[in-house]
Design a protein around this ligand. Sequence first.
Ligand SMILES: *Cc1c(COP(=O)(O)O)cnc(C)c1O
Length: 377
Amino acid sequence: MSTTNSTGSAQFDSLGLKRVINGRSWVTMLGGSRMPAEVQQAMVDAADTFIDFNELNRRAGERLARYTGAEAGLVVAGASTGLLVQAAACMAGQDPDRILQLPDTTGMKDEILIYEKHRFGFEICYRTAGAKLREWGKGEGTLAEQLAAAINEKTAAVTYVFGPPFTCDLSLREVVAVAHEQDVPVIVDGAAMLPPADNLTAYIADGADLVTFSGGKGVRGPQSTGILAGRADLVEAARLNMSPHASVGRACKVAKEEIAGLLAALDRFVSMDHEEEWATWRSWSETIVAAGDDIAGVRPVIEDGESNRQGPTAAFYFDEGWDGPSAVEIQEKLASGDPSIHVGVGNDVGELHVSPVALEPGEAEIVAQALRTELGR
Ligand SMILES: *Cc1c(COP(=O)(O)O)cnc(C)c1O
């Protein structure tokens, strides 16, 4: 990265784009994550070659299976495609006629049960495949009883969603026990749950039939990749319901260089020192929260508890003692600067937070300086 306000990309500069400092974590809206050098190199090396694509898909899948402890794996076009082909696999399976028929689900089991506190925007990916979402968890009896009663002859799968905003008093393992009792597969969205690296194997170990993760968030592979892993018959069905096969997932293409990039990113991810990375993130957050020290009405804290899987976050809480601009005003001011600094605001009006995970050396100081200015220091 240059010391000027160049984006670092001649193409992006020629389009007149501003350099962004990403304090929002690995979000698609800002370009995902940074691909480490070995990931970039793996993509470059793969870009000028031909291979048998189906063979590549199979062999790459075997690598994913090894890393996840699952029977089989498949590189998909983002966790969003993971969700789409989870649904397609559970409805159409490997049946050629059904694969061509989707998203018309006539004659198939086509309902996915979703816990009421797991409702989320990415559900649309299940619906794209033709599935209907049916909510459970607001009735009488224990949650296990409610789930058991919600399963019927239309149920194609039960979904379980992981992420900071999603909770369920039944663990994945307990949901799996109830669903498997009635021979219904459990599909998991763990898109943003890497790191910690343990999660690569945790959901499969808990009995999930299919799990998906983003390749372009904490794994730092290409933004357009994702990981699908699980039962061999369902992964094979997912493969047949996705590009390059004529299917509901034909538009979800993963290119050979993206597959190479994801594998390089995963090789790095499983062997790297995560504690050292966490310590670096924490030191950047310490630099950032120091901007709020000794200011009346501002409480700066580092949040790095178990619930915060995306690194130790620098947070600022504003109370009645604060007479400066609101968190949203500060957020807008920082974003309109050059470089443009993107930070988050909480659901709570008086909360501003900066994630260190997508920063690079030197950027925490720039963020802290800009924050000091906005906080009137
Ligand atoms: C990011 C995310 C997705 C989508 O993942 P992509 O890899 O961007 O397609 C799906 N579900 C959850 C919970 C996410 O956080």
